[in-house]
Ligand binder design. Sequence first.
Ligand code: SIN
Ligand code: MN
Length: 258
Amino acid sequence: MGISEIAERYHDRGWVVLAEGIDQQTLAELRDSVTRISALEREEVVHETGGEVVRALHGCHRFDDVCARLVRHPRLVDLAEALIGDQVYVYQFKVNLKNPRVGQQWPWHQDFAFWSIEDGMPAPDAVNIAINLDEVHEGNGPLTVLTGSHALGVVGQSGSAASGDWRQHVSADLAHSVPADLAAELATKHQPEQLVGPAGAVAAFHPNIVHSSSDNLSADRRTVLFITYNSIKNVPSRVSRPEFLVDRDTTPVTKLAQ
Ligand code: SIN
Ligand code: MN
């Protein structure tokens, strides 16, 4: 699949899985970084509600060399620039771990609802790149997207005013969600697709696509790394959330030499 076919699929369906994932060495380095960062006591390390289990690591590209290099990976930058049609910077970076049996859900939502309501991002001219750091299968809480729902724009939200509490943007109790009955109705017209695949697989999905993922009831960890690239012409207007959630450095990403 060439870049134009990838872009066509992305714009048509709101998501696309690349034929080729990241290389094994980068994958191993990223997994080591996740282990190292998870053990740190810092605000970027978020725990599951009411417990000590690590749920997510935020803004790692700002302090970890492996993650800093990843966001400059030529294939990822080329992909983001092609899908957005402009130069890009890193708006958000996170790793969602979903530990075995205790990793909690992400209710139905659209990312652009958060970015516009909380940060004043002008338009959905951004893209999420998801990289599996573990195998993702039907049982460990894969991301489920409603195909084509990105074309609807922002649909009915529970929570349409800024919440001001960033913890409600990263927990299983989300500030801006798509009510379950609306998601069920949308799913009759917009085919739900689970983004399952081996460790190393790379997918892209649109800021307006309706998506969710369930609790991880299996014995297998489900770690997925997400980079959100934003157009340099689409900088949010009123950012108050922590820098590890919304990067203030809007300098265009430069690609590493290959
Ligand atoms: C997200 O919606 O931002 C993450 C969902 C997931 O990790 O399954
Ligand atoms: Mn999301």
